[in-house]
Design a binder for this molecule. Structure first.
Ligand SMILES: Nc1nc2c(c(=O)[nH]1)N[C@H]1C(S)=C(S)[C@@H](COP(=O)(O)OP(=O)(O)OC[C@H]3O[C@@H](n4cnc5c(=O)[nH]c(N)nc54)[C@H](O)[C@@H]3O)O[C@H]1N2
Ligand SMILES: Nc1nc2c(c(=O)[nH]1)N[C@H]1C(S)=C(S)[C@@H](COP(=O)(O)OP(=O)(O)OC[C@H]3O[C@@H](n4cnc5c(=O)[nH]c(N)nc54)[C@H](O)[C@@H]3O)O[C@H]1N2
Ligand code: SF4
Ligand SMILES: [Mo]
Length: 719
């Protein structure tokens, strides 16, 4: 086959259509393959949604696949952290299976835990089969990024709409006014909204009614649109006052409230004391601006208020998210064109209640908190290992994650990992977490793997689905996570993942067969022949290699049919709401001179990784941003090294004095401070800012278990 023809055979010469699996945009890409190797990656202009959009991370990804620091053979620990020797798969998996069996025999399956990081959400059914693997071993400690990312929102959605996984998001295609709280799409490329061409859409919204960015930093997004600078961790005051003002002005959607919701009067009454003036004293946004924003929002028919990660990691994350969901309903924006809505997952039957574990159906062993979506609080990872007694964790699988850098108090976590009887890392790098493993098992990069866009496209304003075959053959001895788990189960004499309990070993289903069945019964599927125009994986592969649009858009009105509370009404009042509003009202005023730390992302970074690609990090120098007024008060100047401290620890960082951040705050990116097997990353300047954030349960947000990384108090002094 020639260099210019398209192929879907892994490693064949020619062009391969695929898509990026680094962020939710999932941009279409074309990889050029010659002699079995990817020569370059360019945007796929025929992709029905990304239409040629990519960023520098996607087109640089072959540098990860061919990274000389990549793990290409199973590694066995032989000395201190990071000291490994290569071993065969058979030896590694045989020993892992034997050790697991010994742990189960002695302590039961509850001693086993699993951590699945962010990249798992981009791999077909990964979170599902990862959970099935854990369940097969009898384990239920299910760690992931939930409590440092979406947990407060998951909980708020569950309380208000009855489902933690039917994500609410704005109908940006038709919206005329978008309020964005704690999101920076110009860098993140949108989250909980799958839209690679978001910039075009946001510009259109800005021209018609406005894009208002609420953020403690004048971010890349804030600079392009309207910006209201808020103090970190104070958004609950802002949104509460907006709701208060809407009721005070009689601007609420009374008919919707009376017919389709419960509890709105209690919410209205509870928020009555939160006037714009009171809110101003806590959040720093002028009362008049709060009133104007509330009125503008209420009277614009096609408007939505969207909150993202910056609303999730404060002390009132759940309350902020409850209030954001409520604001959209109260102002009549839920389920209407250009407003606030839910979408449809392409896999699994539509119109069925959520399958996830209900809030409160189990509690955490550490901190005794009700679990959100059945996830074990990520902040408890170290304590789960070091706290003796029933259910103490003895074995852990870390798959696609790096909790030592991603979660607070990473040094304590790193020490605790050394105490495990068995730590298995599944990754293509030795990272700051897996360097503590007994075994590191090499996995595939997404260019060596077939995938279906099974998850995030449920929030696509212009819905699509794509199947990508593997572009090249696996490098070295790297293997698919699904096969790794199945081999361990086989060695332990347990049935394969997704297999019929009565089936024979050789009848174990292929992963893509399972995904295909779920696609076929899904809302856009062929229903096994009943809907001949519907989709199958085979059809996507042969007829829609750049992806297929599944619908023009999801009908926002359909969101009402996905309200899963018992009486199918939107629940605007709950014990949690009541308790959290009372807690907010008891908040003391912020003391003068206090500095609150919050984070930021970089275009060339993806949380704790992608830092080994020279092209992405060449000029990367992480710095602590501080307002000139705060610097002056401390006698600090631009470019000097400062010590930033909390009761958990202290770090030395480079100071950058700038008006970009609101007075009373400082800002530092997470995911730096490397000491893994990635040599380029190790050479980067910067520190792991999470090392000084607290992982103590009393510092978690007390209803969702989310950790506090946006808005924790620090002191800064000259070194
Ligand atoms: N202070 C602070 N902390 C934060 C955040 C913040 O804003 N501030 N953001 C948080 C957020 S939103 C998130 S999602 C978490 C992320 O935290 P995690 O999900 O724990 O970690 P990542 O940094 O994404 O690390 C991903 C690891 O997976 C590996 N990997 C990549 N692709 C694959 C794959 O296909 N298979 C396998 N097996 N491995 C793979 C990479 O090599 C890397 O080692 O971090 C969070 N931590
Ligand atoms: N380049 C790049 N892209 C990414 C990632 C990455 O690491 N790098 N990570 C991916 C992942 S895992 C995720 S979850 C998404 C997240 O995508 P987004 O939700 O857009 O996240 P961020 O870009 O971190 O933007 C969060 C914003 O919240 C602000 N903020 C912090 N604290 C507060 C607060 O108390 N109140 C308010 N109002 N704002 C606050 C921060 O200043 C920041 O601008 O991005 C994804 N895309
Ligand atoms: S925006 Fe960049 S990282 Fe995100 S999917 Fe597109 S190419 Fe990948
Ligand atoms: Mo995330």
């Amino acid at each position: 086959m020639g260099q210019d023809t398209f192929s879907d055979v892994a490693g064949a010469d020619g062009k391969h259509r695929t898509y990026c699996r680094l962020c939710e945009a999932q941009c279409g890409m074309i990889a050029h393959v010659s002699h079995g190797r990817i020569e370059r990656i360019e945007p796929d202009r025929e992709h029905p949604v990304s239409e040629g959009h990519v960023c520098i991370k996607g087109t640089s990804f072959a540098a990860v696949t061919y990274d000389p620091d990549r793990v290409l053979t199973p590694l066995k620990r032989v000395g201190g952290p990071g000291e490994f020797v290569p071993v065969s798969w058979d030896e590694a998996l045989g020993d892992i299976a034997a050790r697991l069996q010994a742990i189960i025999d002695q302590h039961g399956g509850q001693a086993i835990g699993s951590y699945k990081g962010n990249p798992a959400s981009f791999a077909t059914l990964h979170s599902t089969y990862g959970a099935l693997f854990l369940k097969a071993l009898g384990g239920h400690k299910n760690f992931n990024a939930v409590q440092i990312d979406t947990g407060a929102k998951n909980l708020a959605q569950e309380l208000v709409f009855g489902s933690g996984t039917d994500w609410t998001f704005p109908d940006i295609e038709r919206c005329d006014l978008l309020i964005m709280i704690g999101a920076n799409p110009l860098v993140s490329h949108m989250s909980l909204i799958a839209e690679p061409r978001f910039l075009r859409t946001l510009d259109r919204i800005a021209a018609s009614g406005g894009v208002v960015v609420i953020d403690p930093r004048r971010t890349e997004t804030a600079r392009r649109y309207e910006h209201l600078a808020v103090l970190p961790d104070s958004d609950a005051w802002l949104v509460a006052a907006m709701i208060q003002h809407i009721f005070a002005q009689g601007l609420e959607a009374r008919e919707v409230l009376e017919q389709r919701t419960t509890g709105w009067q209690q919410l209205r009454d509870a928020l009555r004391p939160i006037t714009p003036e009171l809110a101003e004293s806590h959040c720093g946004i002028a009362a008049d601006q709060i009133r104007a924003l509330a009125e503008r929002f209420a009277v614009t028919p096609r408007a939505a208020c969207y909150g993202r990660v910056g609303t999730n990691r404060g002390r009132f994350g759940t309350l902020v998210n409850l209030l954001i969901e409520s604001l959209n309903v109260i102002a009549g924006k839920f389920g209407v064109d250009g407003g606030w809505m839910t979408g449809l997952a392409p896999i699994g039957k539509a119109g069925e209640p959520p399958m996830h574990a209900r809030y409160g159906s189990a509690r955490s062993r550490i901190g005794n908190l009700p679990l959100v979506l059945g996830s074990t609080p990520g902040g408890s990872l170290a304590a789960e290992i070091t706290t003796p007694g029933e259910g103490q964790m003895r074995a852990l699988f870390v798959d696609s994650g790096n909790p030592v850098l991603a979660y607070p108090d990473g040094e304590t976590t790193a020490d605790a990992l050394e105490e495990l009887d068995l730590l298995v890392g599944i990754d293509f790098y030795v990272n700051e977490t897996t360097r503590h493993a007994h075994y590191v098992l090499p996995s595939l990069t997404f260019l060596e793997r077939e995938d279906l866009t099974d998850y995030w496209v449920r929030n696509a304003p212009r819905p699509w689905v794509q199947f990508s075959p593997a572009v090249v053959e696996p490098q070295g001895d790297a293997r698919h996570e699904f096969d790794i788990y199945n081999d361990i189960l086989a060695k332990m004499g347990l049935p394969a993942l997704f297999s019929d309990p009565d089936a024979r070993a050789n009848e174990a289903p292929e992963l893509m067969e399972v995904a295909d069945r779920m696609l076929r019964i899904g809302p856009f599927g062929d229903q096994f022949g009943e809907n001949p125009d519907g989709l199958t994986v085979a059809k996507l592969r042969s007829q829609h290699p750049s992806g297929a649009r599944t619908a023009d858009r999801f009908d926002p009105a359909g969101s009402w049919s996905r309200v899963w509370t018992q009486n199918r009404k939107v629940r605007l009042w709950h014990d949690v709401t009541e308790g959290e509003i009372a807690r907010l009202l008891a908040e003391p005023a912020r003391s003068h001179g206090m500095l609150l730390m919050f984070g930021r992302r970089k275009l060339g970074s993806l949380n704790s990784w992608m830092h080994n690609v020279d092209r992405l990090v060449r000029s990367e120098v992480p710095s602590l941003l501080m307002h000139p007024a705060d610097a002056k008060a401390r006698g600090l100047s631009n470019g000097q090294t400062v010590r930033v401290s909390t009761p958990t620890g202290s770090l030395e960082v480079l100071l950058e004095v700038t008006e970009e951040v609101v007075p009373g705050s400082v800002c530092y990116p997470h995911g730096f401070g490397h000491k893994g097997g990635w040599q380029r990353a190790n050479a980067l300047p910067g520190v792991n800012i999470n090392a000084i954030a607290s992982s103590r349960p009393e510092d978690w947000e007390q209803v969702s278990g989310n950790v506090l990384v946006d808005g924790f108090q620090v002191t800064v002094e000259a070194v």
